[in-house]
Design a binder for this molecule. Structure first.
Ligand code: NAD
Length: 367
């Protein structure tokens, strides 16, 4: 066994029902005296409660998915004008993302209180969008110093969004199995992440107000992001990055739809990943386990339901081919990506392809 694994330094606090006291303790530990609280307008009341015990000088709610450059500039200017020395973010990946771009240029520490399963809080990846172009980068300054997971805050996340977001976390685990820098530590974390998410998501759907399922989801989401941050972006994330950034598709739903197609494509060429994923699901095969879960939670099925236009498939194929990881377990050709996108657009079974030119259905991998 020969590998190098970098563990990122964060304090991780699981504190169900105790976000306010835990946030206060973390802010004090980091010496924050002038706190900026970032939360989307819909999360204002929750954010006020969570930050009731810290010295707030600015509450900020201009949160936009994929962080447009102008949004970032305004938030940075507001932080500077108020002499902010610590940011508390309360919200999903979009909220954490805004806190990160402030930290990117200022080094101001972040205490993140996640309310979805996006996992951005556990990565040092930042993202900014200029026009239709999304740029991402890795920088140690954007990694939140402390994470406060309070499952009671996620009970308000609607079931459909919980499902999409949970499958986004699952995608981090699956892609981590074969991503460019994957190692045995990432794979172990990803396997435990899949176990937690596969148990948690049906529990959330069955009882959205219950804390137990929500807790498992946050635990799985955290593990998934730690694995992903270390392993890097595999084929799945490269595809979703192009789709989300170029066609402005909703992040979590795009991941939820695309995942089974990438898994069905890669799994036959990645036997160790196949074994670990199937085992974590307790299923005969990785795809079977994923599909069983997707069926149980009524997962999003087709990209056409989420704003992707069929006419954009060929352009997307070209853009995706430019970013395919060279060491993907299976070589990726244009016809593979086209077939995958078309199937994901339509929402057809990931294990078959509809070969219209010959009027028959056959296994997805042509010889
Ligand atoms: P989001 O943060 O945009 O949230 C989706 C919606 O849910 C929003 O309307 C939000 O206000 C609402 N919401 C959030 N928490 C809620 C709650 N508890 N109750 C009710 N409503 C709630 O979506 P997301 O999927 O969490 O994050 C997506 C963004 O995060 C994308 O821009 C993506 O690129 C980024 N992301 C980054 C990383 C990274 O490592 N940098 C990782 C994952 C996602």
């Amino acid at each position: 066994m020969r590998f190098e694994h970098e563990t990122l330094a964060q304090r991780v606090c699981f504190a169900p029902g105790e976000a306010s006291a835990t946030v206060r303790a973390e802010v004090e530990r980091l010496g924050g005296t002038r706190v900026m609280v970032i939360a989307a307008a819909s999360q204002t009341v929750v954010a006020e409660r969570v930050t009731a015990l810290v010295p707030v000088v600015l509450r900020y709610d201009e949160v936009v998915m994929h962080v447009p450059v102008e949004t970032a500039e305004r938030a940075r200017a507001a932080a500077a004008a108020h002499e902010v020395d610590l940011v508390v973010s309360v919200g999903g990946g979009s909220t954490t993302g805004l806190a990160k771009v402030i930290a990117l240029t200022s080094g101001i520490p972040i205490v993140a209180v996640p309310t979805t399963y996006a996992g951005s809080e556990a990565t040092s990846v930042w993202g900014l969008t200029e026009g239709a172009r999304k740029t991402t980068g890795v920088d140690a300054r954007v990694l939140p110093r402390a994470l406060v997971y309070d499952a009671t805050l996620t009970r308000s996340l609607p079931v459909a969004m919980s499902v999409a977001s949970g499958l986004n976390a699952l995608a981090h685990c699956v892609d981590s199995m074969w991503a460019p820098r994957t190692d045995p530590v990432d794979q172990a974390l990803a396997g435990e992440g899949i176990r937690a998410l596969a148990a948690g998501l049906p529990a959330v759907v069955a009882d959205p107000a219950g804390v137990e399922g929500r807790e498992r989801m946050l635990y799985g989401a955290y593990l998934s992001a730690v694995a992903f941050s270390s392993a890097g972006s595999g084929l799945h994330h490269k595809i979703c990055h192009v789709l989300g950034g170029t066609y402005d598709l909703p992040h979590a739903q795009t991941h939820a739809v695309v995942l089974p197609y990438v898994l069905a494509f890669n799994a036959p060429s990645a036997p160790e990943a196949e074994r670990r994923i199937a085992e974590a699901f307790g299923a005969a095969t990785a795809v079977e386990g994923l599909q069983r879960l997707r069926h149980t939670v009524d997962a999003p099925k087709a990209l056409r339901d989420h704003g992707f236009d069929e006419a954009d498939i060929d352009d997307a194929v070209r853009a995706i081919l430019e970013v395919v990881p060279p060491d993907n377990p299976r070589p990726v050709a244009a016809h593979h990506v086209r077939q995958l996108l078309r199937a994901a657009w339509e929402g057809t079974d990931p294990l078959t392809r509809d070969d219209r030119s010959q009027g028959r259905t056959e296994p997805s991998d042509p010889p």
